[in-house]
Design a protein around this ligand. Structure first.
Ligand code: UFG
Length: 327
């Protein structure tokens, strides 16, 4: 089996590449290396290509043919909510043009199976205890909108071509499976807190007056290795016969508050963390926790790692200690 992984030199993509290589699959990584690193594609062939460019479709089709790929996993996209609000055109152009090129190249090269990175951002601010895939998506920022449109593009491409697709809606991804694959961007809570502490600053909690037990926002934090394994399950699902669903949540089903995450980091670091309480961040839902029923029952996937596993791996990778290898 050969899989072409677009964005495979990035944080999440490289974890999936590592698992695929470990199970003996031939992997071709396509990445423009704008945020990824070539070293992360170890064990795979690397093609440096920006899939948003007009000629990318033909180039992708060429590499799909040349490698004999039978499946594609598409990660490459912009993924910052705040940036998407400030630069909507960038998100609408790159996230959509990239996916359009990927789907057209798959159709012309006769590649059937496509796994797409979607996001819990498609749900917006749902007022429910657990978010199921049946909820009507209502994104509240351009990032989430491009992910939802991406899911529609997959459905349209399935109808038009001989394609089979799965969209995985990631909840809050964190942690590290291998130290060399650590999240080097400081965009999400765990790396933001670690970065603040490294700089001798207090991390800031965005609001403590939410209607939650400790007043801070609750999210569903999923370990990047668990998430990577969900992609392998999705590939196996596409390669099988039965295929009742095209969209799956990927999370743990357990919510942790911002203060829970900071307490877990404090345990992992062995030091007290005294955060500063700031104002609410606009657009933050009080609670976003995943219903895992569909993915567990259909793909047979469930998470195996706890919040402590997540933060311990992130701390270990940051310190370059060997525990970070124990994925
Ligand atoms: N937070 C703080 N202080 C910080 C940073 C974050 O209190 O310095 C809080 C946020 O308010 C939120 C939680 O920590 O309650 C997690 O925030 P992140 O920015 O790490 O993640 P989000 O839940 O906002 O967003 C994540 C992904 C998005 C994705 C979304 C889907 O980063 O890409 O989940 O729900 F769209």
């Amino acid at each position: 089996m050969t899989t072409l992984v677009i964005g495979g030199a990035g944080y999440i993509g490289s974890h999936v590449v590592r698992l695929l290589v470990e199970r003996g699959e031939h992997v071709v990584v396509v990445d423009d290396l704008s945020t990824g690193f070539a070293e992360r594609a170890r064990g795979a062939d690397l093609v440096e290509l920006d899939v948003t460019l007009p000629d990318a479709q033909d180039k992708l089709a060429f590499h799909l043919h040349a490698s004999g790929a039978d499946s594609v996993i598409h990660f490459a996209a912009h993924k910052q909510v705040g940036e998407s609000v400030a630069k909507p055109e960038l998100y609408w152009h790159d996230n959509i043009a990239g996916l359009a090129n990927v789907l057209a190249a798959c159709a012309s090269a006769g590649v059937r199976d496509v796994v797409f990175s979607s996001s819990a951002a498609v749900y917006g601010v749902p007022d429910v205890d657990l978010v199921t895939e049946e909820l009507i998506p209502a994104p509240i920022n351009p990032y989430g909108e491009t992910k939802l449109v991406g899911e529609w593009m997959l459905a349209d491409a399935e109808r038009a071509h001989d394609l089979r697709t799965v969209a995985l809606r990631y909840f809050n991804v964190a942690g590290t499976g291998w130290p060399d694959l650590a999240d080097t961007q400081v965009m999400n809570l765990v790396p933001i807190v670690l970065d603040a502490l490294d700089k001798g600053k207090k991390p800031i909690v965005f609001g403590e007056d939410y209607d939650t037990p400790d007043g801070t926002c609750i999210r569903d934090y999923v370990h990047v290795v668990d998430l990577a394994e969900a992609h392998i399950s999705a590939l196996d699902y596409l390669r099988g016969e039965e295929r009742p669903y095209r969209v799956f949540n990927v999370g743990t089903g357990t919510g942790s508050s911002v203060l829970d995450v900071i307490a877990a980091l404090s345990r992992a670091l062995g030091e007290e963390i005294v955060p500063e309480i700031g104002p609410r961040r606009p657009g933050d839902p009080a609670k976003l926790v995943c219903s895992t029923d569909r993915i567990r029952e259909t793909l047979g996937w469930s998470s195996s790692k706890s919040l402590d596993d997540i933060v311990e791996s992130a701390v270990a990778a940051r310190r370059g200690t060997p525990e970070a290898t124990s994925a």
